[in-house]
Design a protein around this ligand. Structure first.
Ligand SMILES: [Zn+2]
Length: 244
């Protein structure tokens, strides 16, 4: 697999690069070259680069890295790819957070506050040199994949939707844990109500399969029961926590 152009290439399925399904990255082919979706945790650059090389892709060959959102388990190494001249693409609403111009929106509830404090103590904020805002409802780099807004887990969370193959790259808005489909995890979610709304809207696209930020790729039918649970009821403790 190389960086060439051509219809045969843009129709290829995304390639999964995964750490035991705890962290998933996807390699997409676009008319402008290969694109990596998400960039794992800080410290995983060499791990990613080795897996790209096995697929014939050098980091500098990438046409871009798309971040489904700014959380460190997705944006952790992207600044290092920036250093190689690879642009980092994210939803326009996520750019100010990545650029350090808007504050971290926080996670959910009291546990989220502890998590954020720990994260700040352990990690330095990545500094990006080349951030590119993505507009929603527009094809990603002329490919079959469309950028879809999925705010809530973070303000500018995005998903990528391929209407041709009915595949959904869902970031952390829809994930699987030990094979169990689930919506956004309250502890890590800035606005749970919005995130659940987004999750419902993603399922409304009627995907055939879901390629999540965490957990194995699954048939979307596995998510059908989940959909009914994605409307937060009044007094839902998760909802109140997310509102802080
Ligand atoms: Zn995540």
């Amino acid at each position: 697999m190389g960086t060439g152009n051509g219809v045969d290439i843009v129709n290829q399925d995304p390639e999964l690069i995964t750490l035991h399904h705890l962290i998933n990255l996807y390699l997409l082919q676009t008319p402008r070259g290969p694109v990596l979706v998400d960039s794992a945790l800080p410290g995983m650059y060499l791990w990613i680069a080795a897996r790209l090389r096995r697929r014939g892709v050098f980091p500098r060959d990438l046409a871009g890295i798309v971040l489904t959102h700014f959380h460190l388990d997705h944006a952790g190494t992207a600044a290092l790819f920036n250093r190689d001249g690879v642009p980092v693409l994210a939803h326009r609403d996520e750019i100010p957070i990545l650029a350090g111009e808007a504050p971290h929106p926080g996670y959910g509830g009291a546990g989220g506050k502890v998590l954020l404090a720990a994260e700040r103590a352990l990690f330095r904020r990545p500094v990006f040199s080349h951030l590119v805002p993505l507009e929603p409802d527009v094809p990603l780099l002329d490919s079959d994949w469309t950028v879809v807004s999925a705010p809530g887990h973070s303000p500018g969370s995005l998903a990528l939707w391929n209407a041709r193959s009915q595949s959904l790259l869902s970031g952390d808005t829809l994930i699987t844990t030990f094979g169990r489909p689930r919506g956004p995890v309250p502890l890590y979610t800035a606005d749970l109500r919005r995130a659940r709304d987004s999750a419902r809207r993603l399922l409304d696209l009627e995907p055939l399969r879901i390629l999540p930020g965490h957990g194995p790729t699954v048939s979307a039918t596995r998510f059908s029961k989940l959909r009914a649970t994605l409307t937060p009821a009044a007094g839902d403790p998760c909802r109140e926590a997310a509102r802080r």
